[in-house]
Design a protein around this ligand. Structure first.
Ligand code: PLP
Length: 432
């Protein structure tokens, strides 16, 4: 029988130099190889292109991003306030072109997604709607390690409702620090909370371990005990396939500056299931941009919600931080998420095999099964600082977490098999 954790693995030759030739051959056979040229990759001293493996923190710049922003600066310079309504490209509907590509990426109906604010703000807006503690049903369940902002947001929501996080926050922890979670135990923890559980807030892909959770399974468990689910998809969107509508997820939010490559602090996005957006009783924090565009500019006293997830909008769309998103989503449309994911499984599997062979003292913290991770691998290494310095000296950009964890994300849109080899070559040449 084929071991699902190994089926995707590529046989690695015994010497680093031969492995390099293999990487070059794999790049030569990569149908998506041309996408790399559609990015401006970070460069180091003397203008040499860096080996950029940090897309899980900030995605590389799509070559079209600059022109997309400049076009809006030009419209502003020439049209002034008329730019809001002047066609083509009126700013009042500037988010329209990103709607369908976004819906395709997350497996949503177009009306279930909206482009607004930034991630932590959107988590708060979703909790204002979906975290409604009543009677004994007060608890929020999260997993560890939790991205700090999510933890602060959840704890402050509890306090906002007059509840003490020490009593009402449930944190499901892995067996060892920085390890991945046992998903059986996670599901069991959700079910065990029963009617004390109001909301589950989990990450689709964990920022620290790179573990991908089974969103459908944990959503079902939460629903079975009467709780709602809000998913943080910061590390999942543009990285793994999602089917938020079919999985029945209540709501989700994500940023666009990681795998969606929209640039630092770019506009955020959210999903609210149509089953929820059609519920007139669902409370919401509101602003004029959430008013139906058909009546928004009548400036009436009563709020008429936009259909779907757009009712969560608050403010005028930040056009300059949305323009690069549009440029980036065009590349996802062109490449196709299915093809990207196929490459991603091979590329990350290649990196994993190289690490196993040439950096045997690295401990992999990310699950080995491709369906339990995205592109990122997190490793714990002895002599992590020396190794980070070696990577840096070699022009390899990764993410270092104190005291000894290195996160490496080969992104299928712009990374190569040779990039993975280069990182491993730098790590292998340095010991703890
Ligand atoms: C990147 C990330 C954030 C960052 O939130 P911002 O509000 O965009 O600064 C929050 N949560 C998770 C899980 C993340 O990965």
């Amino acid at each position: 029988m084929t071991d699902p954790a190994r089926a995707h693995r590529i046989a690695i030759p015994p010497a680093l130099e031969e492995a390099r030739s293999l990487a070059v051959a794999l790049d030569g056979a990569d149908p998506l190889a041309g996408m790399r040229g559609r990015f401006t990759l970070p460069s180091g001293a003397g203008g040499r292109t860096l080996t950029y493996l940090a897309g899980q923190s900030l995605g590389a710049q799509p070559a079209g991003a600059r022109a997309a922003v400049e076009a809006e600066l030009d419209r502003w310079a020439t049209l002034g306030v008329e730019g809001h309504f002047h066609q083509p490209g009126a700013w009042v509907e500037f988010d329209v072109p990103v709607r369908e590509p976004t819906a395709r990426l997350v497996g949503a109906r177009p009306g279930e997604v909206s482009t607004l604010n930034t991630l932590t703000v959107n988590l708060h807006l979703l909790m204002a709607s979906f975290y409604r503690p009543t009677g004994p049903r007060t608890r929020i369940l999260i997993e560890a390690p939790t991205f700090p902002s999510d933890r602060y947001a959840v704890e402050s929501q509890l306090r906002h409702h007059g509840l003490d996080p020490a009593q009402h926050l449930v944190v499901v922890r892995p067996a060892g620090a920085d390890r991945s979670l046992d998903q059986h135990l996670l599901e069991a923890a959700i079910r065990a909370e029963g009617d004390r559980l109001a909301m589950v807030l989990l990450a689709g892909v964990n920022y620290a371990t790179g573990q991908r959770l089974d969103i459908e399974r944990h959503t079902r468990a939460a629903h079975d005990v009467g709780a709602v689910t809000v998913w943080d998809l910061a590390h999942a969107v543009g990285n793994v396939a999602l089917a938020l509508h079919d999985w029945g997820v209540d709501a989700a939010a994500w940023c666009t500056y990681k795998y969606l490559n929209a640039g630092p602090g770019a506009i955020g996005q959210l999903f609210v299931h149509e089953r929820r957006t059609s519920d007139a009783e669902l409370p919401r924090l509101e602003g004029w941009w959430g008013n139906d565009p058909a009546s928004r500019f009548r400036m009436a006293e009563t709020f008429e919600p936009s259909p779907g997830a757009d009712a969560w909008q608050l403010s005028t769309l930040p056009v300059l931080s949305t323009a690069p998103l549009a440029a980036s989503l065009e590349l996802f449309e062109e490449a196709g998420l299915a093809a990207l994911r196929t490459k991603s499984v091979a590329l990350t599997g290649f990196l994993e095999s190289l690490l196993d062979r040439f950096v045997p003292d690295a401990e992999l913290l990310t699950p080995r099964r491709p369906d339990e991770r995205g592109c990122q691998l997190s490793i714990r290494v002895p002599g992590a600082r020396a190794r980070r310095d070696a990577l840096e000296a070699r022009g390899v950009v990764t993410d270092f977490r104190e005291p000894d964890i290195i996160r490496i994300a080969p992104v299928p849109l712009y990374n190569t098999f040779l990039d993975a080899w280069t990182a491993v070559d730098a790590l292998a040449g340095t010991t703890g």
